[in-house]
Structures are given as C-alpha cells and as structure tokens.
Write a protein that binds this ligand. Structure first.
Ligand code: F0G
Length: 474
C-alpha cells in the first residue's frame, strides 16, 4: 500500500515561532509549570488540544461569508439544523457556543443533589457541570480501558455488568441519563463499539433511563467501527454515524472537534418537553434558539464541517497520522496508550517517569520536560486533572497518569509529527533527570487550568537507583 497522504493542499499558512531551550526554561518557570499559562506564540508545536484548533476548508471560509446574521430565523440556522437532523435523526437542535454550554443547560435541568450520571468516562467539563449542579458523575469503563499498554479494539466501551450494578445501587429513578463519550477522550481517545452502544441502550431501556451521547468525536468513532467491527467495513461512515445516533435519545456536541469549527456546539434530542426547558435556559444564558451564542457565520462553518469530517479519505489520513506517531514511539519503547486513539497520542507518565510518585504529578512533570526539550505543548490527564483529596487532605490519585498530545485537525504535516517523535524519544532517554512537582495554588473545580506548581526540590539522584546516570536539562 502507498503512503497515505494529507488529503488537502495548503492555501494559507501561519508562522510558528522558534525559541531556545534556555528561553523555554524561563518561560515554563514564569508559567508556574502549567502549560495553560504559556503564551501560544512561545509554543513551537501546540498539541494542547484538538479543540477549536482545526484548519477550516476553503468551503468553510466561503460559508463564513455566506453567514446570515439575523437575530431570529437566519437561513444559516436552518442549514445547520438540517445537517444535524440528518446525521443524528433528532428533531430538536439547539445551538450553543460550545460543548460545555450544552452540558451546562442539560445538567442544570436534569442534575441536582441526589442524582447520578453514569458514563464510560465523563470528560472534565462534563463532570464539572454535573458536580456544579450538585449531582455526581460515575464512570463505568470496561476493564481493558484502564490498562494503557494492553491493546484492544474498543477500549472506550462501558462495562455493562458494572453499569447494571450501579443502576441497581443508586436506583434508576435517581439516574436522569446515561452518557457515552465517543471517542472516550479522557480514556485515551479510544472508541466505543456499536455492539456496546446497543447493549447500553438495552440496559437503559429496561430501566427507563434515556441514553445521551457526548458526540464531540463521533466521526472518528464511526471510522473505528468501520475498521474494527464486524459487519461495518462496507458501510459508509455517515451511515455508521446515523446508526450510532439512532440508539440515543439525545446528544451534546462540541463542534470544535469533529466539525472543524473554531467555536460552536449543540444539544440535540427527541424529547419535546425537555427541549422546551432547555430552550428556556438557552435564551437566558446563550441566546435566541436560532443562534444560541453563535454568529450565523459559525453555524455555516459547522454545517459544512460536519459533512466534511465524514469523508473517508480525511478519516483514513486522520486515524493513520495518530497511529504513525504512536507506532514510532512504540518502536522506541516509549510507554504509550495502545492502540492509537482517534485524536491524540497518550503517553503513560506513570511508566515513563516511574521514579515520580503520583503526588508529585508525573504527567505534569512530563508536560514540562516536552516543552523544555522541544517547545511542544501537551496536557496532563492524570492526578492534576482528576485527583481528589481525602478528609486528611491527602491526594487520592487518578487511575491513570497520562499526557495527551492532541493533534489539531488538518494543521500539522508529517515532518512536524516526525519532529514530535524525536523530541519525545530524547526526553524518554533522559527521563531520570526529570523532577516531580508540587502545587502552590489551585482552584476548587477544574484546577488543572489555573494551578500553579513548582519543582520538588529533592535532587533526582535521591530518587534513583545508585548506578543510573543523571542527565540535566541545562
Ligand atoms: N466532551 C468531550 C469529550 C470533550 O473532549 C470536550 C472538550 C467537551 C465535552 C467540552 O466541549 O470545549 O466545546 O466546551 N474537550 C476539549 C479537549 C477542551 O481539549 O479535549 P467544549
């Protein structure tokens, strides 16, 4: 088979800025070891997120010019609504300014004290919106999804027996929704199988609990089903996506991912009664139901992007480019989540920096080292993001310590990715010199966005077996 090429030509480029290792050491220190506090023009390759960072197509830019900015009844809304209805089969379509705005509306209405929302893995904003309403989020991820180094085709699946047990324990009446995140972002961008979605639906139906889909990366998930699940290899991705949504009662979506938009999202559903409540809240928090916090031009870009994302040459390139980087790292023995996910490469920081304990945030330490070595910005998905404190203020670590390198859609070329692999391998070879971190400042919710940290002063030699050589970054 020939090389799978980028299925686009580049019409407009933007510069990236180079700096030195010495400059990056100072920049990271000034940013208190938190990549969210680094200015993006101090970053060489920005893999912080695949959200809102896509390159839009020439058709999307043309759509931007076509956007109708009427307050009510804009034709751009009706084009957007038609595309979402076509893919999801859901008659109610409510635009929001991004995914978490859809979540905020949904969980403000359905959440509250004593309620539980069950998922494969809730994304951090989803969990925060649930907890902010007073409710609790519970993850029921399948066992294979919890082990980064064990490959399996659908590591985003829900554990059906655990789902049933949790429903029985908490009581179906206290569970307003079950939500499946496709692909499972916090669990390594791993897909969920159609079979699993059907089984979850069956359990939901038996217990009269609606099933929602967090659909941010629905097209990547649909493509994995095409590649890996029996009976789907000849089915068009759009038909697979439609089948996924046919099992759901509703969905939330961030159009900043699988719609190639720089901003936007929506809520879609079948239930007209719930829709009235959502729209009432929408008007207070987002805007009139035909724009919901977006400009008409954004609605056009999303409508066009939603169809482009299901093109198979694009998805083949997209999934292959993530796999390409993952395989280079596997060949160099770097511990990574396997198999490759849909939108990101996940380094297993627990293994990578096995000399750094969870309460010294190995993921965050690795993020810092990648930035210093090569100007690459990633994000920790581990105990800084998901850790909690027990009653003695002792850290209860997250189950996994991952570093996510999310690849923006249609933005970087193969040589950028080759460079990323070289930097990671260099850091891996010098890993014993990396120090842990301690938190100096943190917020009560979503602390990873703003937390300030500093290196633990213990020298790396003290945490090493005697015969290991220590290399420093300076
Ligand atoms: N659900 C999932 C699975 C997500 O990955 C995100 C965002 C959201 C909901 C919220 O959407 O950002 O439009 O409000 N994920 C981004 C990321 C931020 O970096 O993975 P949003």
């Amino acid at each position: 088979m020939k090389t799978i090429i980028e299925p686009f030509k580049i019409k407009s480029v933007e510069p990236i800025y180079f700096n030195t290792k010495e400059e990056r050491i100072a920049i990271l220190d000034k940013a208190c070891y938190n990549p969210f506090l680094i200015h993006s023009d101090d970053v060489l390759i920005d893999l912080l997120t695949d959200s809102g960072t896509s390159a839009m197509s020439s058709d999307q830019w043309a759509g931007i010019m076509k956007g109708d900015e009427s307050y009510a009844g804009s034709p751009s809304f009706f084009r957007f609504e038609k595309v979402v209805q076509d893919i999801t089969g859901m008659p109610v379509v409510i635009p929001t300014h991004q995914g978490r705005a859809a979540e905020k509306i949904l969980f403000s209405i359905l959440g509250g004290k004593g309620k539980y929302f069950i998922s494969n893995t809730l994304f951090d904003t989803t969990r925060a919106n649930i907890e902010f309403s007073g409710a609790e989020g519970i993850d029921c991820l399948c066992e294979e999804g919890k082990h980064p180094s064990i490959p399996a085709p659908f590591k985003g699946n829900m554990d059906i027996a655990l789902l049933e047990k949790t429903i029985a324990q908490k009581g179906a009446v206290n569970i307003p929704l079950v939500i499946i995140t496709i692909t499972n972002n916090s669990g390594g961008g791993q897909p969920v199988s159609m079979q699993n979605i059907k089984e979850v639906k069956k359990v939901c139906q038996k217990n009269k609990i609606p099933l929602f889909i967090d659909a941010c990366r629905f097209a990547e998930n649909a493509y994995f089903i095409k590649l890996r699940e029996e009976g789907y290899c000849d089915k068009p991705v759009k038909a697979i996506a439609q089948e996924i949504f046919s099992h759901a009662d509703g969905c939330t979506m961030s159009a900043k991912k699988d719609a190639f938009a720089n901003i936007g999202g929506f809520l879609a559903m079948h239930d007209n009664v719930l829709a009235i409540k959502c729209r009432n809240l929408l008007v207070i928090t987002e805007g009139f139901p035909t724009y919901g916090g977006l400009a008409g031009r954004d609605l056009e870009a999303i409508a066009i992007g939603l169809n482009e994302v299901m093109e198979e040459h694009y998805l083949q390139y997209r999934i292959r480019s993530i796999e390409y980087l993952t395989n280079k790292l596997i060949d160099a023995k770097v511990p990574v989540m396997q198999p490759a996910g849909g939108h990101a490469v996940y380094l297993d920081a627990k293994e990578f920096l096995s000399h750094i304990p969870a309460d010294q945030y190995p993921g965050q330490a690795l993020v810092g080292a990648l930035y210093i070595e090569g100007g690459i910005r990633g994000v920790e998905i581990g105990s800084l993001m998901f850790g909690k404190y027990d009653e003695y203020k002792k850290l209860v670590p997250a189950p996994m310590e991952l570093v996510r390198l999310a690849i923006p859609r249609r933005v970087y070329t193969q040589s950028h990715i080759d460079y990323v692999a070289e930097v990671i391998i260099e850091v891996f070879n010098n890993r014993h010199a990396i120090k842990g971190l301690t938190i100096t400042e943190e917020a009560p919710l979503l602390r990873h966005f703003t937390a300030k940290l500093k290196p633990v002063l213990k020298s790396p030699e003290e945490s090493l077996p005697k015969n290991k050589q220590v290399l420093t970054y300076k």
